[in-house]
Design a protein around this ligand. Sequence first.
Ligand SMILES: *Cc1c(COP(=O)(O)O)cnc(C)c1O
Length: 280
Amino acid sequence: MSEPSSSSRLPSATLTPTQHARHGRYPQATTVEDFRRNLAAVRARMDAACVRVGRNPAQVRLLPVSKTKPEASLRLAHAAGCRLFGENKVQEAAGKWQAMQDLEDMRWSVIGHLQTNKAKLVARFASEFQALDSLRLAEALERRLQLEGRSLDVYVQVNTSGEASKYGLEPDAVAACLKALAAYPCLRVRGLMTLALFSAEAEHVRRCFVRLRELRDRLRQDAPAGITLDELSMGMSGDFEIAIEEGATVVRVGQAIFGARPLPDSHYWPTGDDSGALAR
Ligand SMILES: *Cc1c(COP(=O)(O)O)cnc(C)c1O
């Protein structure tokens, strides 16, 4: 990797605000043209964030997040060029996978907390799982993947916000987890994933992203053979530009592409006080 990995020393005039105040207000995308326009707008903002910190835009992937959206919306997004869809809940994802078998090039990324007893479902259809947070779950996934004759790209989820309510391993626990994961051949560890603090205070959000990047940089030095930790999945509609400035290689963007969701985010992860206020 030749990219500069540290970009936190931006001159203060260029500090990027969060867009969290727009949460819940994004207009619905209802036509292929809406999706094309939204995707192009998000991509342009991603590219501009890359340029600000001297990164190559080709090294940042956009993962469209389709949770809560009906099959018809996903089909429009597919027509606009999306092939990999992020879903938070595995049952919802599996239902969509079944319903859209006719689109053979659709692939699925499960990005939300998974109970061990649902590992079987992920092993059956997902191509990527971004919320690996325990060895028990890794073991269940490995066993099921072997039965299916499949493999899975995985990201270890890290709690960088210090909030007790957030899923993910504590940063101190990640090294031992990676060591153990090296023994599971069906799991291809790509990198780390995090959800930042949901806050309008851009600097608090940025600190979570910096923490994930610095953890990755440290872990890389003695990562087990075969685990390269190239990927950092961080940033969503309200904060993906900040995440890119801090080294994200994957941003998970839902509302800015599909439109606002009817359900508050407390449905997906427990939220703290200030997030509740903003989500309304
Ligand atoms: C919903 C979700 C996102 C995307 O959030 P938006 O605000 O819609 O961009 C990103 N990551 C995870 C884990 C999610 O559940």
